[in-house]
Design a protein around this ligand. Sequence first.
Ligand code: HEM
Length: 261
Amino acid sequence: MSADKMATTASANGAGPVNEGKDTLSPEDLSELLAAGTKEVHEKAENTQFVKDFLKGRIRKELFKLGAVALYYTYTAMEEEIERNKDHPHFAPLYFPTELHRREALARDLEYFYGPDWQSEVSCSPAAQRYVDRIHEVGQEDPVLLVSHAYTRYMGDLSGGQVLKKVAQRAMKLPPTGEGLEFYTFDGIHSAKEFKQLYRSRMNVLVLDEDTKKRLVAEAVKAFQFNMEVFDELEEIGKTIQEDVLDAGMPVHGAMGGDIS
Ligand code: HEM
């Protein structure tokens, strides 16, 4: 993907309108290394059973809620570490709290699903805890690697979010006003495509040696794997929940025709 036109929308750290990218990308640019280096694991993630079912509109509400819980713990950890490192030269250009941060949106979604007492109703699952532990480790001991975690989640959310939102809304008959799905709505971003270009250009201004770039790609692959472990865990939990409870009130087969592309 070409990032020759940089976004002119949001900006981090008080910078003015953004037009800071180069005209062309090179294969050594971090954005390109991350995209290429995670291509294979991205395909794997898309092909996990949980994700395939989700895309087909086979969404079990109890599992969807548990997925939101896992995301809540993940983003709480990530955004805590981002705040800690917001002035670190290896993260500062990627600090976009207003545009990107998801913890509060997820808290509102959980309140919608679990009620006002939601905090006492939810807990962090083992797979989400392993992901959370790694994010804290990275944020405190090797903060440059936080870039990989932010990239994996935020760029992914900006890429597939709208499709996933519509599928979930339809399958679970959630209100069209967006309750329960605030996670998927980025109020501060009017063009996901332009924002992703801006984010890529910001990744590419980080001053990093070749070895660090390699470590960043390896960490992004790890981040995908943590996500897949959460999906697999949800899939296993799904097997223990009765089908009629899970699919109450929604068509189970072929709800979305099985193909979003
Ligand atoms: C990018 C689809 C799951 C992380 C993309 C893009 C598409 C896509 C079409 C390209 C968007 C563009 O170039 O503008 C999907 C589908 C998924 C899925 C259909 C299955 C539901 C995931 C998961 C993750 C993820 C589970 C990680 C947690 C990413 C990232 C990018 C991306 C980081 C940005 C790639 C880059 O340009 O560097 N995805 N995705 N995706 N996705 Fe996914």
